[in-house]
Design a protein around this ligand. Structure first.
Ligand code: NDP
Length: 419
């Protein structure tokens, strides 16, 4: 019998929760807790008639360790799934440690206020030492390793699609396909069209921060940083077609470089249409992507948060989005002394996702792995003391679960490589 506390009830969490409710023999009881309780209640209402999972709801401010501790002590879950925002990762980890509960999330820590002097000092030191300047990195959560080990608890970081499934693909390639991996290219293609001139597919603030930051990749043991969107390639994606894609910094590169030490190069590419890029550049030029508060008519506002309020809610894109996503990893390396290349990916259809759970494919491709990662933990397959990323876990049962619950893999032994 498992009891799970799920924090957050946005686009990704709604899919994960809907999926948990389809596996009621494992997710016997769930509590959906978020800042806005009415959203949790509405989802619970919708799901109760179609699931055996017992659903309760709660209001929580996940920035407060005290509130979290009192909720966890009251509900007594076996696992806390953090599907709120990366801003809450550390407070939720602290609360899990205090209450002796296992933890998982879908994105690594970044601060809401990037002007906080204490954070800024550590960030600037890290930029200099490591050589990439994204606001997010694993150091904050890896610092919890010993605390989780000492308590015999598991923390699983970044169990969405990318990060998440992409690392399971890497672990699978390492376990079954290659003796040595030379290069990894992670390709994230969204061939969907929602009909708006500009909208983001997941939380706009997190999304725009990520794509407007300088790009970087791992090569020969160090980071190479490049201006945002300055490396562009074209790729022909299965079931989607030809798309322009751009090199971005992405969090899983950092853990993969550590956990697959022989790898010579790791890059991450994401597709963007021209309209998205034009809008983003314009918003950036006028200062709308800034995270520093400004005074406006006597009140403090954060430009990127104001922009978020103007943009369509990603959850509202579901009924409008048509087309497919294609996300996966291309590897080169050797098996038994023979050079080889290999591609593993998933294709997901926006309209099919909407039919099944009422969400578009970006929320779906993140929410399903979150549920499958929780499933691995609740079944005891991914439980070991410490703080881990997905490539440190056995990929086989996870990929089988993804095949079964909506994100089946495809493979190619002869993919086109990215130049
Ligand atoms: P949304 O903005 O749609 O949802 C966030 C949810 O968290 C909302 O329910 C929000 O509540 C809640 N929340 C925010 N702050 C707090 C707080 N202080 N206390 C309690 N609840 C809070 O985000 P998404 O669903 O798009 O993204 C969820 C997570 O998934 C993010 O961390 C994102 O980075 C990650 N992600 C990971 C991907 C991957 O492949 N690994 C891909 C896409 C996203 P309210 O309703 O009140 O705003």
């Amino acid at each position: 019998m498992s009891r799970v506390l799920i924090i957050g009830c946005g686009g990704v969490a709604s899919v994960a929760i809907s999926k948990c409710c389809m596996v009621s023999d494992v997710f016997e009881e769930i509590c959906i807790a978020s800042r806005t309780k009415s959203k949790c209640d509405a989802l619970a209402e919708k799901l109760r008639p179609v699931t055996k999972t017992k659903i309760t709801t709660a209001q929580v401010n996940a920035d407060s360790v005290e509130e979290l501790v009192s909720l966890i002590n009251e509900y007594k879950p076996d696992l806390v799934m953090n599907i709120a925002l990366p801003y809450q990762d550390l407070t939720i980890m602290d609360a899990c440690l205090e209450c002796n509960v296992n933890y998982m999330d879908t994105a690594n820590y970044e601060p809401e206020n990037t002007d906080d002097p204490e954070w800024r000092a550590k960030y600037e030191k890290r930029c200099e030492e490591k050589g990439f300047s994204a606001y997010f990195d694993y150091s904050w959560q890896w610092a919890y390793k010993k605390k989780f080990e000492d308590k015999g608890l598991t923390a699983l970081l970044g169990c969405g699609f990318d990060p998440g499934v992409t690392q399971a693909y890497c672990a699978y390639a390492k376990k079954h396909i290659f003796d040595e991996i030379d290069t990894i290219d992670i390709l994230d293609c969204n061939g969907g069209d929602h009909g708006y001139a500009f909208a983001t597919n997941f939380n706009p603030e997190i999304n725009l921060r990520e794509v407007s930051a300088p790009g970087s990749y791992w090569e020969d043991g160090h980071w190479i940083e490049i201006p945002a969107m300055s490396i562009k390639r074209e790729y022909e994606f299965d079931k989607v077609g030809k798309k322009d894609m751009y090199l971005l910094h992405h969090e899983e590169i950092e853990s993969l470089a550590l956990n697959i030490p022989e790898v010579k190069r790791i890059r991450f590419f994401m597709t963007f249409g021209q309209s998205y890029l034009d809008h983003m550049r314009c918003l950036e030029d006028v200062g709308m992507l800034n995270t520093t508060p400004i005074m406006y008519e006597g009140r403090e506002i954060v430009p990127i948060q104001f922009l978020k309020a103007l943009l369509p809610d990603p959850a509202s894109l579901g009924p409008r989005t048509k087309g497919k996503t294609n996300i996966g990893c291309i590897f080169t390396g050797r098996k038994d002394g023979v050079e080889k290349k290999w591609y593993i990916y998933n294709v997901c259809d926006h309209e099919e996702c909407y039919k099944e759970v009422g969400s578009q494919a970006i929320s779906y491709t993140t929410g399903v792995p979150a549920m499958c990662g929780a499933l691995m933990m609740l079944k005891g397959l991914w439980i070991k003391p410490g703080v881990f990323t997905v490539e440190e876990m056995d990929p086989d049962p996870f990929l089988e679960a993804l095949d079964k619950y909506g994100l089946p893999r495809s493979v190619s032994d002869n993919p086109d490589l990215v130049e």
